[in-house]
Structure formats: structure tokens, C-alpha cells
Design a binder for this molecule. Structure first.
Ligand SMILES: Cc1ncc(COP(=O)(O)O)c(C=O)c1O
Length: 413
């Protein structure tokens, strides 16, 4: 049996501009760094293809080719077909458009289940459908543990349920929810799921087919790419959804009919730089090249996940040693249980003050509700705007950086 290689974090870091490493950066859940491969693809697109794509003359045809490549690789990376993803401006807009595109299928009294564990992006747009007579059913988190209760979902599902909107990972707790289990329960009730994978996709592989999800959304700027969002939808679901773009964009044009903003050319083209980066990591760690991009990406996520788990363990050990500090979410570093995204509350301290103090040591963290305000309120945090202090890691963080974070935090806590 081949031994799993240890993640070469220094190789990973060498793929990014040096300036990234000036700070010990732990605001990855806000937005991740972008490797040189993405920057190069953006630069070469903008340098060499300063024309509208899609016409037959050389540079225009080339521009289209580059965009098609970016789009195709993003689909392959998550195990989807090209016509099953919509690449648009952000996750927030993708969910908004999706909600508008599905609502014609539903009638007054139909139900959508939404949890307050969500970032607002997978919440507000569904809740707004109440204006059209859709009943919004709350699936509240446990206020002590910040976890979802699956038995409670069983009780909430009914023959009126049409969709359940929940996060794969909360951008506050970092806890990983059991997407296949929840999805199968929702399907048994005859409804669909819309899963927010924004806080999951930077950390573990996305496998939409294995999970059988109807809709899965995430953002490329958290996955080492440009500021864009991806909406995966099962082909039939996308075909059933009503187009929200120009009238002449056919209902069978699944990749464009749900992107009324139109494509952002250079950003789509440079998405191929994300897979360039994963390919470089794969080549570095696995002498035997797996057959598909999907498998190679999966291999990279597996070893990066182990590395993240080690970083997480160190941080958890530190937090455990601090009485008066509350960790929101599971007290485990296990890579199947959580991403290395941590939110803490320090007794007697304002969350907003803490990042300001640690930044003197060039440690970058942040505080607030991070647009998961309903969750922060549900947890009984009095000043939701002050919220929590969040320290979020990515695979390119080092143990030394975690030491810097701990030393800086230790002075404040
Ligand atoms: C969990 C989660 N979902 C959704 C979003 C919104 O993504 P976007 O900025 O692409 O709309 C974020 C952004 O921080 C997030 O963390």
C-alpha cells in the first residue's frame, strides 16, 4: 500500500506571491490567497485577448477558448459536467437568482426549511419567498452547541416541504455537517437541498455526485481564485428552473440562463489557474499521476486536510488551556468533523478589540458576525455586531504561523 505523503507546505507557499507571507494570515474564511497561476492566467487573458469573446477572428476565438477551459475545469474539479455549473458573480447572487428561478414551481403554503446556521447568503433569498406565500420553516441550531439536530429535521419535513437550505460548514463554527445523510432524508420527503459549501470547499474535496445534492454553491475567492461564485445544479433541476436572463437565452442554456449579470470574461478564464495550482500540488506529492483531474484534486485535498488537522489541533490545545475562552462549535480537530475555522469569545473582552491588538504582531484575524448574524444572535451573544473573534486557517498556513497566532492571542486572552 502506498504511504500517504506529508503535505509540503513550503512548496505550496512557493506558488503564491511572496508578499502573502508578510503576515501570519488567519482570515482565510473571508477570502483566500490567489496563487501565481491564477494571476498569470488573468494577466495573459487581459494582455492578449482584449476583445469580446466568441467571434470567429483569432483573438476573440482564443478568448472564448480560454473561458471555456476555465469553466470546464471548474466542473471537472467537483465531479460535475460543464452544463451543470453556473459561474457567476458570487454565491449571494447565485442563491438569489436560484430562488427566483424555482419559485414558479411552488404554490402558496408550500414550505422551505431554512436554518439559522446559514450565512445570510443561503438564507435571506429563500426567506424572501414568503412574499409569494411560501411558508418558511425554521430549523434552529442548538444554542449551546451551535449544531444542527437531524432528528429535529425529521420532524420538520412534511409533504409540503419543497427545499431545505443549509450549510455544509458554518463560516462561524467550522463544523462539517453530514451532507449525504441530510440530503437523503430531504429526498425521502420529496424535497430538494441547496447546500452552501463556501466554508467547506477550500478545505475538502467537493463531490456533488456522491452526495446527490440538488444544488451546491461556493465561492472561488475562498478557493484560491478570483471573486466569483459557482452554482452546481443537477441537470434536470437546472432545466426545470426558469431562466432569469434575456428572453432569447433558451431554457436549455443551463450555464447562462441563471446568470443575468452575464459572464465576467477574464475571471472565468483565470479559473483554470486554480486547477493549475492543484495539478502542481498533485505532481509534487504523487509520483503516480491519477487518471482524472477530479482524482488528482481529491488526492491534494486529502493530504492538505491532514496538514490542516495538525494546525487545528495545536490551536484547539491552546484554546483548551484558556479558561474564560469559549470556542463556538466542536472541540475537535478531526478533519472529518470540522474545518480549521475557529470562532471564540473571550470573557470580559470586546471581540472587536482583539484583532486590533494582535495585528501589532502582524497576525491577521477578524471579528464580527461575518454575515451569519442569525447564528450569532441564536447563540445568545449580546452584541451581534461585535460578534466573535474568528481565526481561520488554510492548507498554506504553517505551524510557525499558528505559534505566532497563539503567542499574540495569549497576550490578550
Ligand atoms: C459560508 C458562506 N456562505 C456564503 C458566503 C457569501 O459568498 P459570496 O461573497 O460569494 O456571496 C460567504 C462569504 O463569506 C460565506 O462565508
Amino acid at each position: 500500500m502506498s504511504k500517504t505523503p506529508e503535505f509540503d507546505v513550503h512548496f505550496a507557499r512557493s506558488q503564491f506571491p511572496n508578499v502573502c507571507w508578510d503576515w501570519a494570515f488567519f482570515e482565510n474564511a473571508g477570502g483566500a490567497f490567489v496563487p501565481n497561476s491564477v494571476i498569470q492566467r488573468m494577466t495573459s487573458y487581459m494582455t492578449e485577448n482584449q476583445v469580446q469573446p466568441g467571434a470567429s477572428f483569432g483573438p476573440s476565438a482564443k478568448a472564448k477558448e480560454r473561458m471555456d477551459l476555465g469553466h470546464r475545469l471548474m466542473a471537472e474539479m467537483i465531479g460535475a459536467d460543464s452544463d451543470e455549473i453556473v459561474v457567476s458573480a458570487s454565491t449571494s447572487i447565485n442563491v438569489y437568482v436560484l430562488a427566483q428561478a424555482l419559485r414558479h414551481q411552488w404554490k402558496e403554503g408550500d414550505e422551505i426549511i431554512v436554518t439559522n446556521l446559514n450565512h445570510e447568503a443561503n438564507s435571506g433569498s429563500w426567506r424572501r419567498l414568503a412574499e409569494f406565500g411560501i411558508k418558511i420553516i425554521e430549523w434552529p441550531v442548538n444554542p449551546e452547541t451551535a449544531e444542527l439536530d437531524i432528528d429535529l429535521l425529521d420532524r420538520l419535513l412534511s409533504d409540503r416541504t419543497r427545499l431545505v437550505a443549509f450549510p455544509h460548514v458554518s463560516n462561524i463554527t467550522g463544523d462539517i455537517n453530514d451532507v449525504p445523510l441530510i440530503t437523503s432524508k430531504v429526498h425521502d420527503a420529496g424535497a430538494m437541498v441547496c447546500v452552501d459549501g463556501v466554508a467547506y470547499a477550500p478545505h475538502r474535496e467537493v463531490d456533488v455526485k456522491a452526495w446527490d445534492v440538488d444544488f451546491y454553491v461556493f465561492s472561488y475567492y475562498k478557493v484560491f481564485g478570483p471573486h466569483m461564485g459557482c452554482l452546481y445544479g443537477k441537470r434536470d433541476r437546472l432545466l426545470e428552473a426558469r431562466g432569469q436572463y434575456h428572453y432569447f437565452i433558451g431554457e436549455d442554456q443551463t450555464t447562462s440562463k441563471l446568470n443575468p449579470a452575464g459572464p465576467n470574461h477574464e475571471s472565468i478564464a483565470c479559473l483554470a489557474g486554480i486547477t493549475d495550482y492543484f495539478e502542481a500540488l498533485s505532481d509534487r506529492h504523487f509520483p503516480e499521476r491519477a487518471n482524472s483531474l477530479f482524482e488528482r484534486v481529491k488526492g491534494v485535498y486529502a493530504i492538505a486536510g491532514w496538514h490542516e488537522e495538525q494546525l487545528a489541533q495545536k490551536f484547539i490545545d491552546f484554546i483548551d488551556s484558556k479558561p474564560g475562552v469559549r470556542l463556538i462549535g466542536r472541540n475537535t480537530a478531526h478533519k472529518n468533523q470540522r474545518a480549521a475555522t475557529f470562532s471564540i469569545l473571550a470573557e470580559g473582552k470586546r471581540s472587536a478589540d482583539i484583532p486590533q491588538i494582535v495585528q501589532r504582531d502582524k497576525v491577521a484575524i477578524s471579528s464580527g458576525h461575518f454575515y451569519a448574524k442569525r447564528l450569532i444572535e441564536a447563540l445568545g451573544i449580546e452584541d451581534a455586531n461585535d460578534g466573535v473573534v474568528r481565526c481561520s486557517m488554510a492548507h498554506y498556513n504553517t505551524m510557525d504561523e499558528v505559534d505566532r497566532l497563539i503567542t499574540a492571542l495569549d497576550r490578550v486572552l
